[in-house]
Design a protein around this ligand. Structure first.
Ligand SMILES: [Mg+2]
Length: 260
């Protein structure tokens, strides 16, 4: 264990998932504050990579701030930002009909996209609290008229304090079923998300590690991108559920607190 911790601490680049690693809902996880302090003091490069598309980097920074962690705004990389970069490279200055929150809407505006509910290039969906029958009906008909269907992340659900909340893949399912079209998902484990994270870090694969709590997004994304993986048991995965997967993480920790 001690040797493994030293190996992890020797890495230069850290790609860190947030929910289940740093916090759970609005509760900071043990050692998270010390871990981030260590990252800064040791001059490590790090990025918080989250599949949630709801919040803007500014909102994420404020959330961490409320929990007592102070970081720069540019350390956040969300599936909403990845989706915006992906769309900007596929069709620069395109248009979209969006079902999502500020994180997604701002990200698309920032890459020069316009909002269009008549004949958009894309229907883009992310986590949303303003989901309605009318919006789904509208999205279905735009897709049938030729708009491409994009989901920010393939999570079916996410943890909240009193249970789970349906996430993007569950929210987009009615549009897929009614149109017969499958959505394209950008967030983890899509390698795009890892490559963009690495680029942001400006580190090589070899000097980087991904730390996350989900086997089917964080760990598989790391393995398929050939980045060392570290599973933390502070989120949704236990040692027993981990063992059921065909692939295994390189390192397993109780939480990021083990590193400090
Ligand atoms: Mg997580």
């Amino acid at each position: 264990m001690k040797k493994e911790i030293e190996q992890i601490k020797k890495k230069n680049g850290f790609i860190i998932d947030m929910d289940g690693v740093i916090y759970h809902g609005n509760k900071l996880l043990p050692g998270a504050k010390d871990f981030v302090r260590w990252l800064k003091e040791a001059n490590k490069k790090f990025v918080f990579l989250t599949n949630s598309s709801e919040r803007t980097p500014k909102e994420l920074r404020e959330k961490l701030n409320r929990l007592g962690i102070d970081v720069e705004i540019n350390v956040f990389f969300t599936s909403a930002l990845a989706t915006a970069m992906f769309l900007a490279s596929q069709k620069p200055k395109g248009s979209a009909y969006i079902i999502g929150e500020a994180g997604l809407i701002n990200a698309l505006y920032n890459v020069g996209y316009t909002m269009n509910n008549v004949d958009p290039d894309y229907v883009v969906m992310g986590e949303s609290r303003t989901y309605s029958y009318e919006k789904i009906e509208h999205a279905v008909n735009l897709v049938l008229k030729g708009a491409k269907l994009i989901g920010t992340n393939p999570d079916v659900s996410g943890p909240i304090e009193n249970g789970i909340a349906p996430a993007t893949k569950a929210l987009i399912a009615p549009v897929e079923l009614a149109t017969g079209q499958n959505a394209y998902f950008v967030g983890k484990p899509n390698p795009l998300m890892m490559r963009k994270g690495l680029k942001k870090l400006n580190c090589t694969r070899e000097e980087t590690i991904i730390i996350g709590d989900r086997m089917d997004t964080d760990i598989v994304a790391g393995i398929e991108a050939e980045i060392d993986t570290c599973l933390v048991l502070s989120g949704i995965t236990s040692r027993d559920t981990m063992k059921a997967f065909a692939y295994q993480p390189r390192y397993v920790l109780n939480g990021v607190g083990d590193l400090v």
